[in-house]
Design a protein around this ligand. Structure first.
Ligand SMILES: CC(=O)N[C@@H]([C@@H](O)[C@H](O)[C@H](O)CO)[C@@H](O)CC(=O)C(=O)O
Length: 308
């Protein structure tokens, strides 16, 4: 593996832009990259994950999106991580090979969630088979038990993983179990791993236990404010960091009560950025006009500490 810049700070879990008739909308990605970098101060992306509806896309579509993000991100983004997890091992391997061939900065793999691994050994065996197809590409385990139902603790998974998977680089940790996260960080301090937190509304808690950064959907449109929270935390100005977390939390708390998921994220990103994200793919249905009006009014009502 060649020397690389450490992955830290914010990573936008990218949305997959779609045309009104449900095709992936590749030409929008160039503008999307510029928007993330210039308006949201976010220079890392995580492609084809949950927010990107990766598991609802065909292999061909996933490859096209990965290529477009790597191509458009060249010289603009620091890291382009491609999620290559799939229910079928050969498909996941094919995506891993493809990510390596196009020069992705990293790959991530979710646990299969139909036939689920029931213990650590089954899961590591699968991860090993996928990652060995991309032997020079840093690998992140994508832990998201609320969606996969795979609840193997990461602390346990990490024991001995480097011996079996030399490219293991870290974890995208999308769970509320901060005890598990904290133990992972504590036990692996010597290894220079990267722990990226994935529950945006409680990122400050994860930073407190040592997370290096975060991957999330809200960094598409609240990246600037969340970066100000990260800056305040680093100073440290905890009172200011808390203000940012409370305010992003106020918005999320509001929309979660209305019903919030990938479809609604697409709608919010569309009205905040002006870039058309289009509809989600079935089984998801588009956000209602009522949701959009309420979410916009809520976001507009928030006064951020920097006055913007
Ligand atoms: C369940 C879910 O979608 N979680 C999001 C969060 O960013 C989430 O949207 C946010 O915390 C709001 O609840 C991310 O962890 C998912 C993610 O990073 C991805 O798209 O791969």
């Amino acid at each position: 593996m060649t020397s690389r810049k450490k992955l830290q700070g914010l990573v936008a879990a990218t949305i997959t832009p779609m045309t009104p008739d449900g095709q992936i909308n590749l030409p929008v990605i160039r503008q999307y990259v510029d928007y993330l970098v210039n308006k949201q101060t976010v220079k890392n992306v995580f492609v084809n994950g949950t927010t990107g509806e990766g598991l609802s896309l065909s292999i061909q579509e996933r490859k096209q999106l990965a290529e477009e993000w790597v191509c458009q991100g060249k010289d603009k983004l620091d890291h382009v991580i491609i999620h290559v997890g799939a229910l079928s091992l050969p498909e996941s391997q094919e995506l891993a090979r493809h990510a390596a061939a196009i020069g992705a900065g990293g790959i991530a793999v979710i646990a299969p969630f139909f036939f689920k691994p029931t213990n650590k050994d089954e899961l590591v065996s699968l991860l090993q088979k996928v990652t060995s197809e991309a032997p020079d590409v840093p690998f992140y385990y994508y832990h998201i038990p609320p969606l996969t139902g795979v609840k193997i603790r990461v602390e346990e998974l990490l024991e001995g993983i480097k011996e079996r998977i030399p490219t293991f680089q870290g974890v995208k940790f999308s769970d509320t179990d901060l005890l598990d996260l904290a133990q992972c960080i504590h036990k692996n301090e010597a290894q220079q791993l990267e722990f990226l937190y994935g529950v945006d509304e409680q990122l400050l808690g994860a930073l407190a236990v040592g997370a290096n950064g975060a991957v999330g959907s809200t960094y598409n449109y609240l990246g600037r404010q969340t970066n100000l929270m990260l800056e305040a935390f680093a100073k440290p100005d905890l009172a200011l960091a808390r203000k940012y977390q409370f305010l992003t939390g106020e918005f999320l708390n509001f929309v979660i009560k209305l019903g919030f998921g990938v479809a609604q994220t697409k709608a919010v990103m569309t009205f905040v950025s002006g870039i058309p994200m289009g509809p989600p793919r079935l089984p998801l249905l588009g956000a209602s006009e009522e949701f959009i009006a309420k979410a916009k009014a809520k976001l507009d009502s928030i006064v951020w500490p920097d006055g913007n």
